[in-house]
Design a protein around this ligand. Sequence first.
Ligand code: PEP
Ligand code: MN
Length: 246
Amino acid sequence: MIIGNGNPSLMAGPCSIENEEQVSKIVAHLLKNNIKIMRGGVYKPRSSPYAFRGLGIDGLKMMHEQCKPHNIKIITEVMQASQIEDMMEYVDIFQVGARNSQNYNLLDALGEIDKPVMIKRGISGTIEELLNSAEYIFSKGNEKLLLCERGIRTFETIYRNTFDINAIQILKDKSHLPVIADPSHGIGIREYVTKLALASLMAGADGIIYEVHEKPEEALSDGQQTLNFIESEKLVQKIEHLKSLL
Ligand code: PEP
Ligand code: MN
């Protein structure tokens, strides 16, 4: 699979892996819509320690068991270097979350493996800082890198983050790396996610990562920004139309 070859890559799935039934419904949705990469967190960096923090390695195995037969690739967040070894067998792309974007020990460790890594921009991270985080991994020998714009914290509080669409072109100019946009975390409000996803592709993003769940209102994390299956399907159809303009 190649990301960044001109054909937008879609990565979709729940914020968190919750149970087998949830995973099987998502897998069926991805297959129906020809989405080849599933996202789903099992180690969740939550702002409150009392929120759902993920199923850990068991959740990852659950995801892998259902994705593998259909050749759906898996992207999931790794929070610390000590988790890498156990996760290795089940992960296709390691995600470095916004809160860990400058965890240099983690970046060093990911530089030593032979698997793609997607690095998210830090919560208040500059573009330069994101590029330097990528450089940490690159300098250790892992060149399979993706950059992700997921919004930054600004003075604006009416939405979750300020989604920096400018960053997409700047990142592409300043690096040779594919840029993935995350409109779900970018705005944090479900009804606007589709429009921002389309805007990101028009702005040059190589792909989109977004949250989808059969029943977003019952999701254990980030339900407020998660598309339901109908919305997700409509987004995929709109992206198909948009391809002729890219
Ligand atoms: C996520 O992808 O669910 C996530 C926690 O993202 P971020 O690190 O961008 O907040
Ligand atoms: Mn999330």
